[in-house]
Design a binder for this molecule. Structure first.
Ligand SMILES: [Zn+2]
Length: 67
């Protein structure tokens, strides 16, 4: 998946592996966004869950431990 930096428009590549790891982190920490630093302008870009899910359409949240 490729997105563009909000600030300078540089392309940011999000591999499937990165997107999966990002989704796991978002669910584990209950965050709405995953932050990626732009290599060009060094600013943090917030990537919403739904955008990451588009990169990994069959990803499922880990089962919640309930007791
Ligand atoms: Zn940038």
């Amino acid at each position: 998946m490729q997105i563009h930096c909000t600030y300078c428009g540089a392309p940011l590549n999000i591999s499937r592996k990165v997107a999966e790891a990002a989704l796991e982190k978002l669910y584990a920490e209950d965050l709405a966004y995953y932050e990626v630093r732009c290599p060009k302008c060094r600013k943090m870009n917030k990537i919403p869950r739904e955008v990451l899910l588009r990169a990994v359409p069959n990803w499922k949240p880990p089962a919640q431990a309930e007791d």
